[in-house]
Design a protein around this ligand. Structure first.
Ligand code: SAH
Length: 217
């Protein structure tokens, strides 16, 4: 394997900067977090490829560019409290934890949540809470959040997530059918989301009470 630290800097310069990731705090976090440690060993040498990769349980770690784009869209401040849905490998969680005060992350697959918990603990992230469950309900008793990131493709925006976002807060979510979605970023104004579109994307399905039905996936 080529030196992972070198590969990571190259990833930032070749995949993120030319595509318009300009937020210096996001670039710094992407240079810092060791993505190869969020994959099984056999895949570690592909960690800095320009693609999503399997993490088991039919789930994937998102492409680095998509992680950076979604994070940049949230315009996080150091004092923010963030809700993430779809912990997966915990990689995106670590990026958020670098940039915000506290991250609340929900994952429906227990084995993934436990692995992510262990990794993040080992790496010393002390500002992350992980819960196993259906993230379409949000995390009511930790609300309101300054920002919400959904890392799975949804047919629509679950209403409880909008409710749990503070006025002026931002929510990023892939919305579409099971195979392709548009990445949407919404700002809550007057209780409603004002949405803009960041382009096409492909995510695993968001499965839960206010998204897709598990049987059909
Ligand atoms: N950010 C993660 C992406 C993981 S893929 C990473 O980069 O590793 C999306 C994750 O969303 C999967 O792990 C999947 O199990 C989870 N997921 C799907 N529906 C969910 C739901 N309703 N609540 C919580 N997690 C969900």
């Amino acid at each position: 394997m080529i030196n992972p630290d070198h590969a990571r800097l190259k990833m930032v310069e070749e995949q993120l900067v030319p595509r318009g990731i300009t937020d210096s705090r996001v670039l710094e976090a992407m240079r810092k977090v060791p993505r190869h440690l969020f994959l099984e060993e056999a895949l570690a040498d592909r960690a800095y490829d320009d693609s999503a990769l399997p993490i088991g349980e039919k789930q994937t770690i998102s492409q680095p560019y998509i992680v950076a784009l979604m994070t940049q869209a949230l315009a996080l401040r150091e004092t923010d409290r963030v809700l993430e849905i779809g912990t997966g490998s915990g990689y995106q969680t670590a990026i958020l934890a670098e940039l915000a005060e506290r991250v609340y992350s929900i994952e429906r697959v227990k084995s993934l949540a436990l692995q992510a918990r262990e990794r993040l603990d080992r790496m010393g992230y002390r500002n992350v809470a992980i819960r196993i469950g259906d993230g379409t309900y949000g995390w009511g008793n930790a609300a309101p959040f300054d920002a919400i990131l959904v890392a799975a493709g949804s047919p629509s925006v679950p209403p409880l997530l909008v409710e749990q976002l503070r006025e002026g807060g931002r929510l990023v979510i892939p919305v579409g059918d099971r195979h392709v979605q548009r990445l949407q970023v919404g700002v809550k104004q007057g209780g409603q989301l004002v949405v803009s579109d960041l382009g096409d994307c492909v995510f695993v399905p968001f499965i839960g009470a206010f998204a897709w039905n598990a049987d059909a996936c």
